[in-house]
Every structure is written in structure tokens, then in C-alpha cells.
Design a protein around this ligand. Sequence first.
Ligand SMILES: C[S@@+](CC[C@H](N)C(=O)[O-])C[C@H]1O[C@@H](n2cnc3c(N)ncnc32)[C@H](O)[C@@H]1O
Length: 266
Amino acid sequence: MKMSLLTNKWYTKEKRIEQLESHVVKTRTAKFGFTSYAESEKIQRVNRHFNTIASRYDMMNTVLSFGIHYLWKQKAVGLMNIKPGDKVLDVCGGTGDMAGMSAAKAGKRGLSIVYDINWKMIGQGRKKKLKDVSFTQGDAECICFPDNSFDAVSIGFGIRNVTHLETGFREIFRVLKKGGTICCLEFSRPENLFFRHLYDIYSFRIMPVLGKLFTGSAEAYTAFPESIRAFPLPDELSRILKDIGFRKIQVKKLTNGIAVIHRARK
Ligand SMILES: C[S@@+](CC[C@H](N)C(=O)[O-])C[C@H]1O[C@@H](n2cnc3c(N)ncnc32)[C@H](O)[C@@H]1O
């Protein structure tokens, strides 16, 4: 096995700090994957990424995760304890998987909204004709809904893409009703070292090849595993949520920590 296969690409704590808003604002740079962009450019870079892969996004998620992403999403939505009549927002909601699951719980009297900046992702979601789900285009950094509007807000595999991470969470805090629940589902670092090595090999050797094959872009599926390795670890994310004002923060690690749910209350 070549040494390069075993190179540790997970960022150290000092490097992970580069994802935080204070660093982005100070340096006027923001990372997407391991590449730095001007702070103002990241959003365009992220949009280009999702424009490239939107039509194959759902299929790629299923192929790359062997279908497990649906179980992770179901788990996260389940933890929001949505009741009939609740108003639920899915920030960075993409093609609407989580909003669809939330709508099934909120029912006809409730509200389930996908909120996403990318028109193509929204378009793909609309094609799915999800029952009782509506779509709004907008930026997670300035959510176009009034304060205290929602009983629950989910954000699945989205916060990594937001240029000013804390602003995204502050906006979620603002639109949540007092006592409302946030569920953030995000990728993270597997706990077991051997599994982590296998995951690294899979991420950097196989994912880009499958990305090229199915979407025509190896680059998109290189930036994707890179962005996971640069992202704050679960306890660091808990700290961010706490500093914003969230309480009762609970962390649930899934599939050896590949995915992590943060649930908290406003
Ligand atoms: C990896 S996808 C996740 C989609 C969906 N939540 C899921 O789990 O399948 C990330 C989504 O975040 C959206 N996004 C990225 N930056 C955003 C921003 N600043 N505001 C709103 N949406 C954003 C992208 O357009 C994309 O649809």
C-alpha cells in the first residue's frame, strides 16, 4: 500500500479554527475543501459546486453512503419531536429529504419549508413532489423569516458550506421559537483509527472516481471529503452552539462518528 494512501488529512485543532467566523473575518479568506478563497467568493464557489452536481445529488448520496444517509436523516428528524401542526424549517435543505420527513410528522396543519440558496438543488427537490413541503430560496446567513417563527429547524450536511458558520447558527437561533429545537446533522471524524484509515482511502481514492463517473466532476467529490476534514469536531461545534445561546445540547454520533447530530433548544 502506498504511503500516500495513509496520509492523515484530518485538520488539527489549530487548522480547524480556520473555519470559524472570527478567522474568516480577520483573514478575509474562507475555505471550501482545503482551498482558500476570498471571503466573498466562497458562496459562489459553493453554488458552482452544487450547480455541477445537483441533478445527480440524491443518487450520489445513496451510492456513496450505501443508502445510509436516509437513516441518518430519519434519526435527526426523529430527534426534533415534531408534532402535528408544527412549523419546521430545513436550512440548506437541498432536495428536501429532511423536509419531506418533517412534513410527514407536521401534517397538513403544519408547515415544512426547504430553505436553500441553490436554485438547481431546489429544482431537483421540487421534481420529487414531496407532500406538504414548500421551497424558499435564500441564504442561511440572513434567513428571510421573522424572529421566533419555527418550532424546529434542521440543517443537514449544510453548515460546512456556510461562509460564516456562527452567523448561520445565529440565524437559526433567531427564527426558532423559544423552546424550539435545532437538529444539525453533519459529517465528522470516525472514532476508530482503523476505520478512519479505511474511510480516508475510500474518501480520497474512490469518491472522486465515482464523482467523475456519475457527475463528470472528480473535483466536486474531492472538495467534499476535504471540507469534512477541515470542519470543527463535535465538542467544538457544541461549544459554538452554547456560545450562541442554545441550551440542552446533546450529541449523537452515528456510524462510528462519520455523521453526528447536535440537538439543542433555544
Ligand atoms: C450537502 S447539501 C445538503 C442538502 C440536504 N440538506 C441533504 O442533507 O441532502 C448542502 C446544501 O446547502 C446549500 N447551501 C450552501 N450554502 C448555503 C447558504 N449560504 N444558504 C443556504 N443554503 C446553502 C447548498 O445549496 C446545498 O443544497
